[in-house]
Design a protein around this ligand. Structure first.
Ligand code: ZN
Length: 603
C-alpha cells in the first residue's frame, strides 16, 4: 500500500522535540562498559546464597548488594528500551534491548534464593538483626512486607513442586492468548471509507466509534460471531484459569482466590465488596446516561454497538502542542508551586519525546527508573484527547519524580493500585479547568461527554468485569461447571443490569466474556475503578481548596512504597476501605450528567 503521508525519519526530528537520554549514558560505549560491570555483579551476588542466616552483617551486605544490582540492571534496561522505542527499526538498539532483557532475567535468577531464605528466618532472628544493625532499620517495612504472608507459604519442597508445575498450570491462559492473538481469523468488514478491511482487535475499537451506524453494527456483529463459533474453547480456557486461581489459593490456605490475590498488596477484601456495592447502587445514573445518549443520537433503539460513538459529534476543541503545554500549566495550577516546578523540568529538561517518526512505538507512556528522569513517550496530534494524554502521563512522571526525590531506592516505586490515581487526578483537574474556562455550549458538552465516557469505561465497565470475575471464581469454588452457556447467560444478565432498559438486550454481547484478556489476570480490573474514583474524589477536594487537601495529596505522591497502598491513600485523605470516596465520585458523575443534559437541551 502506498503511504499517503511520509513520516519523518528519527534523525530528521529536531533535538528539542526529543527526550534527552544522554543524561542516563553519555554514549552507547558507556552503556557497554556498565553492562560488563553488571555482568560481573550478577555472578558475585550468587555468593551470598545460604548466608542470610549466618548473622546480621552478612544479611545487610547481601540485601544491599541485591538492591544495588537491581538498580544498575534497571538503568541499563531503561536506556536500551527507550532507545529501542524511539525507532524500533534500529537494529543496534533492538540488540541492546534484547541484551538488557536477558541481563534482567539473569539477575532475577541469580537472586531468586533471597525471598525463600528470608522467609525461613525466624521472627526472633530478624528482630535481633534489626537491633544489631542500625542501617537495617531503613528496610524494616520492605522486609515486613515480604514476610507478611509467611503463613501462606508452604514448605520449600512443596513450593518447588508447584513452581515446577507452573508452566502446566498456567497453560490455559497461554492457550487463550495464542488463540485470541494468533489463530483466530477475523472476517472482512466495511471501513469508514466504504472499503473492505480485515477486522482486528485494534480496528474493532476504532470502528465502534464510527459515526456511521452500519460500520459499527457490522464490526460488532461479525466480531461476536467469531467468538460464538469458539465459545466452548474459550469457556474451557477461562474455566481452567479460574480453577487454577482457586486451587493456588486453596493449597496456600486462603479462604478464596480473591483473598489471596488482594493479599499481595495487603488490600482488604472489603475494598472490592464496597466498590461493587456502591456501583450497583448508582447504576440508575448509568441508565440515565444511556437514555440521554439514545435521545441525543435520535435512535429508536440503542444497541450495544451505539455506546462508543461520540454523542456530541466531531471534536470541537483542538490544541497544538504549544497550546497544550499552556493548558497543562493552567489546568494543573491547583497543584501548587512545588508541582509546577516539576512540570517546568519536564518541559525544559527534555523529558518528553513529542512527535511521531518512522518506526517509533505507538501510543503514549511514562517510563524511567530511580536514577533517570521519568521520561514520556508521545505521538502528538493536535486534539483534546492528546491534551488529556499529556496531563495523564505527566501525572505518572510527577508521581515518579516526587517518589524518587523523597524515598530511598528500596521504596522508590509504587504499586498499580496507586499508579493510576496520580494520572487520573490530573485528568480530573483538567476537566474542572476546561469546564470553568469554556463558555461555548457545544465545546462544554464535548468536555462533559469526554468525562462521562471516561467514567463509564473506567468505573462502570471495569466494575462490571470485576463483578463477573468474582462471580466466576465463586461459582467454580462451589463446584458449578463454567460451561459456555452458563457463562453467556450469566454475562448477558449482568450486562442488562448494568446498562438498563434504554439499551437493547443484544444477543451477541453475551459472548463478551470470551474476548476479555483481563479475565485471565486474577483480580486486577477492580483497581481501574477504585483508582478513578479515588482520583475524582481527590481532584474534587483539591479544586474546592479543602483545608490541607493539597498537602495530603503531595504526601501520597512522595510516599512511594514506603507503606501499604491503603495506608498511603488514608494519609492522602481517601480511606478506600470506606464508601465515602466512591459516593463522592458518583456525585461528581451525577453533577456532570445533570449539566450535560441541560447543555444538550440548549444547543
Ligand atoms: Zn496511566
Amino acid at each position: 500500500m502506498a503511504e499517503t503521508k511520509r513520516l519523518p525519519l528519527r534523525e530528521e526530528i529536531p533535538a528539542e522535540q526529543t527526550w534527552d537520554l544522554t543524561v542516563i549514558y553519555k554514549s552507547d560505549e558507556k552503556w557497554e562498559e556498565d553492562y560488563k560491570q553488571v555482568e560481573k555483579s550478577v555472578k558475585e551476588v550468587k555468593a551470598y546464597q545460604g548466608k542470610l542466616g549466618t548473622g546480621s552483617a552478612a544479611f545487610l551486605e547481601a540485601l544491599t548488594k541485591i538492591l544495588d544490582l537491581s538498580r544498575k540492571v534497571s538503568a541499563l534496561y531503561v536506556y536500551a528500551h527507550l532507545k529501542n522505542d524511539q525507532d524500533t527499526g534500529n537494529s543496534t538498539y533492538q540488540a541492546m534491548n534484547d541484551r538488557a532483557r536477558y541481563l534482567t532475567v539473569l539477575s532475577q535468577e541469580a537472586t531468586s534464593w533471597f525471598e525463600p531464605e528470608l522467609i525461613a528466618l525466624s521472627e526472633e532472628q530478624l528482630n535481633r538483626y534489626f537491633q544489631e544493625q542500625n542501617d537495617l532499620k531503613l528496610y524494616r517495612h520492605y522486609i515486613t512486607q515480604l514476610t507478611a504472608n509467611k503463613k501462606h507459604i508452604l514448605s520449600a519442597e512443596m513450593e518447588s513442586l508447584l513452581a515446577a508445575a507452573s508452566d502446566v498450570l498456567t497453560s490455559s491462559s497461554q492457550t487463550f492468548s495464542v488463540l485470541n492473538n494468533a489463530d483466530l481469523e477475523f472476517p472482512m468488514v466495511k471501513g469508514e471509507d466504504g472499503k473492505d478491511v480485515q477486522l482486528s482487535h485494534g480496528l474493532y475499537g476504532e470502528l465502534l466509534k464510527s459515526t456511521d451506524r452500519e460500520v459499527r453494527k457490522e464490526a460488532f456483529m461479525k466480531m461476536y460471531a467469531v467468538y460464538e463459533n469458539f465459545k466452548n474453547t474459550f469457556a474451557s480456557t477461562l474455566s481452567a484459569n479460574v480453577k487454577h486461581h482457586n486451587y493456588q489459593a486453596n493449597v496456600h490456605h486462603y479462604e478464596s482466590a480473591r483473598e489471596s490475590a488482594l493479599s499481595a498488596n495487603h488490600i482488604p477484601e472489603s475494598v472490592h465488596d464496597t466498590l461493587i456495592e456502591v456501583v450497583n447502587a448508582h447504576l440508575p445514573l448509568l441508565h440515565r446516561y444511556m437514555a440521554l445518549r439514545k435521545k441525543v443520537l435520535k435512535l429508536d433503539k440503542l444497541h450495544m454497538y451505539d455506546l462508543y460513538t461520540p454523542i456530541t459529534g466531531e471534536a470541537s476543541l483542538k490544541f497544538t502542542y504549544e497550546e497544550a503545554k499552556e493548558k497543562t500549566f493552567e489546568g494543573l495550577d491547583a497543584l501548587g508551586p512545588e508541582y509546577k516546578a516539576v512540570l517546568d523540568q519536564a518541559f525544559n529538561s527534555r523529558w518528553i519525546d513529542i512527535v511521531e517518526n518512522k518506526g517509533k512505538r505507538s501510543g503514549a507512556y511514562s517510563s524511567g527508573m530511580y536514577d533517570t528522569n521519568p521520561y514520556i513517550l508521545l505521538n502528538w496530534h493536535d486534539s483534546l484527547n492528546h491534551l488529556y494524554t499529556l496531563v495523564h502521563e505527566l501525572g505518572h512522571s510527577a508521581h515518579s519524580y516526587f517518589t524518587r526525590k523523597n524515598q530511598p531506592y528500596v521504596y522508590g516505586n509504587y504499586s498499580i493500585f496507586l499508579a493510576e490515581i496520580a494520572s487520573t487526578t490530573n485528568e480530573n483537574l483538567l476537566t474542572d479547568y476546561l469546564l470553568e474556562k469554556t463558555k461555548d455550549p457545544k465545546a462544554r458538552a464535548y468536555v462533559l461527554n469526554h468525562y462521562l465516557d471516561g467514567f463509564k469505561g473506567t468505573v462502570f465497565r471495569q466494575t462490571q468485569f470485576a463483578e463477573f470475575e468474582h462471580f466466576m471464581h465463586e461459582e467454580a469454588a462451589k463446584g458449578k461447571p463454567l460451561t459456555a452457556d452458563y457463562l453467556s447467560e450469566s454475562y448477558r444478565k449482568l450486562n442488562n443490569k448494568y446498562y438498563g432498559e434504554s439499551v437493547e438486550d443484544d444477543e451477541a454481547i453475551q459472548y463478551e466474556w470470551a474476548r476479555i484478556p483481563h479475565f485471565y489476570y486474577n483480580y486486577y480490573v477492580y483497581q481501574y475503578s477504585t483508582g478513578f474514583c479515588a482520583a475524582t474524589a481527590l481532584a474534587d477536594k483539591i479544586s474546592n481548596e479543602e483545608e490541607g487537601a493539597l498537602d495530603k495529596y503531595l504526601s501520597y505522591l512522595k510516599a512511594g512504597s514506603s507503606d501499604y497502598p491503603i495506608e498511603v491513600m488514608k494519609k492522602a485523605g481517601v480511606d478506600m476501605t470506606n464508601k465515602d470516596y466512591l459516593e463522592r465520585a458518583m456525585k461528581v458523575f451525577k453533577n456532570r450528567l445533570d449539566e450535560l443534559e441541560q447543555a444538550l437541551s440548549s444547543i
